[in-house]
Every structure is written in structure tokens, then in C-alpha cells.
Design a protein around this ligand. Structure first.
Ligand code: PLP
Length: 355
């Protein structure tokens, strides 16, 4: 605290990102990064961009990236907004589309950045409890609100809400914007259960995605939103009142090439899903309760062992997982799906700890 701080800054409760330790030989399963590298085409595209061109500002509209996203989803470029990571996209969403007189609704267990944005923009919110199985109940969202947001699959549970339920929430709330944060949706099955397919008939639906997880580009910082033109225009208005060039030349080129490389995307997302099923079985065999995950992580607790202690025991064996000291979930570990070797190392360490 300092007397130089504005009132706004004094009142902030910032988000705490998972740590990025700089230790060698760490098995890092704490921030849901993809264990496989990004598309080689993306790397090549960025290398081409790396030169004298960097004198020049990047395209403020991000047209090339919008075209790639539009191609991928069968939409038009005016249905796409691009930003510096989906966190930035989400920040603009809160200010542009969710700040109204009534409270924003989201689950009690969810991405912990949502209340942070509400604090930053002074948006009233109401958290609706998930049921005992950590499932979202669509009927709860039939109440007065200034907007609705939830991740699908949810974070940090990994549980997927069916598209019919997503559609119903949008249908039940025609007066507000319903935002589906699909950071993990590409791990939701052979057919991707994205709500992008609903946009054409739901004018109040906005889908937010990121290249950080399924495209292995967390370090590049690229996210986007998909929706009908007026929703996208609202985001452009905020963006152009904040930073005209949120994406640099490397990010625009690399992200477009990554979206175009469907083969790499398919191979890596399927590999992650396979490892997830194997790890879930291994953890279950060790006595863990593992929530059914449609994401690139699993959320698991052991009935006899304290979550924080387990996380600490793993850490002392150079394996980092995420533990949240929060109501209802403080006995759980959130474990990112790594390579098969990393997951084997985790299972071996847990065996040792549990003995
Ligand atoms: C990782 C994550 C994001 C942020 O992704 P970036 O594009 O890296 O900012 C957003 N929402 C959820 C639920 C996430 O897990």
C-alpha cells in the first residue's frame, strides 16, 4: 500500500497465476501448458516475420489471424475478435458486454480470474454453487442478471456441460450476453463440443478460445472471441480505446499458421486425451477420486490424504501440480496432462508418497 496508489488500485485483488519455477528437471504439471510443441508451420511463419519488418507496426485489425479463425470455424471475419491471450479478451468482454446494472452470474467453482475482472471494473456478481458432483445446473441461471459467464469444460474441475445445456442457458437469457470460455474445449472429444456452432442462431452467445492450451502457444499470448457482429464490434471499441496493437507481428503470423495446421492440432489433442484417460485410470487405481475430465488436466482428491500435503510431497520430488486453497476444492489436486513419461513419473511419486 502506498499513498501514491489510486483508490482503484487499493481495492484490487489481483489474480495469482500458477508459478513458473526456473528449476531444471522439473515435471511441470501446474499451469495446463501443452506437453507437445507448437505447429512447426507456426514456428516457420514466425521466423519469416523476424526481420526488418519489425520496424513497422503490426496490422491493428489482425485481419490475417481473423481469416484463419473464420476459416477454421466456418464463420466470417466480422464474427472474430482477436486479443493478447484470452485473458485480455475476457477483460474486454467484462467491460464491453457484462457491465450492467444487474449482477453477472458465474459458478462458485470456476476460473478465478472472473471475480478479479469484476473487481477491476466494479461489476457486481453472484456466484451460483455447482451441485455436489461439481456440475453446473442450467436452471440456476434463470434469474435476473447482467450477463453470464462460465468455462466449458469448467476450470478447475474439467467437467463438460453438454451443448444442449449451453444452448438452453443462452435461450433462457435472451436479454443478456452468455459467454462460454472454451479454453479447454478442444480436449472435449473426437468431435469438438464447441458452442461456436450455435452462434448463427444465438445472437447473445459469445465464445472465447485461446491458443495457449490446445495449440501449445501459451508463450505467444493469443486468444479470440467468436460471436455475432454487434458483440464483436463492442469488443473492438474497447480494444481501440485501450491498445490498438495488442498482437505483435510474430503473434499474428504464428497464430494464423497454427490455426491452419489441422494435422498437428489433431495429433496432439488426441495424444493428450489418450494420456488423460490412462492417467485417470492410474489415479483411480491409487485410490483417488478423479472427476470426469474433458480438459487437458484432471482434478482429483484422495479420501485419506490432505490435498495441500500431497502437493507439497510431490514438490519435494520435483513435480509441481496446482492446489487451490479454496472452499469445497481444497482437498483436490489439479494435474496437467503431460507426456506419458511425465504422467508415469507423477504416478510413481504418488505411489511412493501413499505407501
Ligand atoms: C488458461 C485459461 C485462460 C487464459 O488463457 P490465455 O489465452 O493464456 O490468457 C482463460 N480461461 C480459462 C478457463 C483458462 O483456463
Amino acid at each position: 500500500m502506498s499513498r501514491y496508489w489510486s483508490d482503484t488500485v487499493r481495492q484490487l485483488t489481483p489474480y495469482v497465476p500458477g508459478e513458473q519455477p526456473k528449476l531444471p528437471n522439473l515435471v511441470k504439471l501446474n499451469t495446463n501448458e501443452n506437453p507437445y510443441g507448437p505447429s512447426p508451420h507456426a514456428i516457420a511463419a514466425m521466423q519469416t516475420e523476424l526481420g526488418d519488418n519489425l520496424r513497422l507496426y503490426p496490422d491493428p485489425t489482425g485481419e490475417k489471424l481473423k481469416r484463419a479463425a473464420a476459416r477454421f470455424f466456418g464463420l466470417e471475419t466480422h464474427n472474430v475478435f482477436v486479443g493478447n491471450g484470452s485473458d485480455e479478451v475476457l477483460a474486454h468482454v467484462f467491460l464491453a458486454l457484462l457491465k450492467h446494472d444487474k449482477p453477472v452470474l458465474f459458478p462458485d467453482i470456476t476460473y478465478s480470474f472472473y471475480p478479479v475482472y469484476c473487481g477491476l471494473y466494479r461489476i457486481d456478481y453472484r456466484m451460483l454453487p455447482l451441485d455436489e458432483g461439481f456440475r453446473l445446473r442450467p436452471d440456476d441461471y434463470r434469474q435476473a442478471n447482467g450477463g453470464i459467464i462460465f468455462p466449458n469444460p469448467n476450470a478447475p474441475t474439467g467437467i463438460l456441460l453438454g451443448l444442449d445445456d449451453v444452448d438452453r442457458i443462452a435461450a433462457d437469457n435472451p436479454e443478456s450476453v452468455v459467454v462460454v470460455d472454451e479454453a479447454y474445449v478442444d480436449f472435449g472429444g473426437d468431435t469438438i463440443p464447441t458452442a461456436a456452432t450455435l452462434i448463427a442462431h444465438r445472437p447473445n452467445l459469445l465464445v472465447v478460445q485461446t491458443l495457449s492450451k490446445s495449440r501449445s502457444l501459451a508463450g505467444l499470448r493469443v486468444g479470440y472471441a467468436l460471436g455475432q457482429t454487434d458483440l464483436i464490434e463492442a469488443l473492438e471499441r474497447v480494444k481501440d480505446s485501450f491498445n490498438s496493437y495488442p498482437l505483435d507481428r510474430l503473434a499474428l503470423s504464428g497464430a494464423a499458421a497454427a490455426l491452419d495446421d489441422r494435422a498437428h492440432f489433431e495429433t496432439t489433442r488426441l495424444a493428450v486425451m489418450q494420456t488423460r484417460e490412462r492417467l485417470s485410470a492410474d489415479l483411480t487405481a491409487l485410490g483417488f477420486e478423479v472427476l470426469p475430465s474433458a480438459a487437458n488436466f484432471v482434478f482429483a482428491r484422495h479420501p485419506q490424504r490432505d490435498g495441500a500435503e500431497l502437493a507439497q510431497a510431490l514438490r519435494s520430488r520435483s513435480i509441481i501440480v496446482r492446489h487451490f486453497k479454496l472452499p469445497r476444492i481444497d482437498q483436490f489436486l489439479r494435474i496437467t496432462i503431460g507426456t506419458d513419461a511425465q504422467c508415469n513419473a507423477l504416478v510413481a511419486a504418488l505411489k511412493e508418497v501413499l505407501e
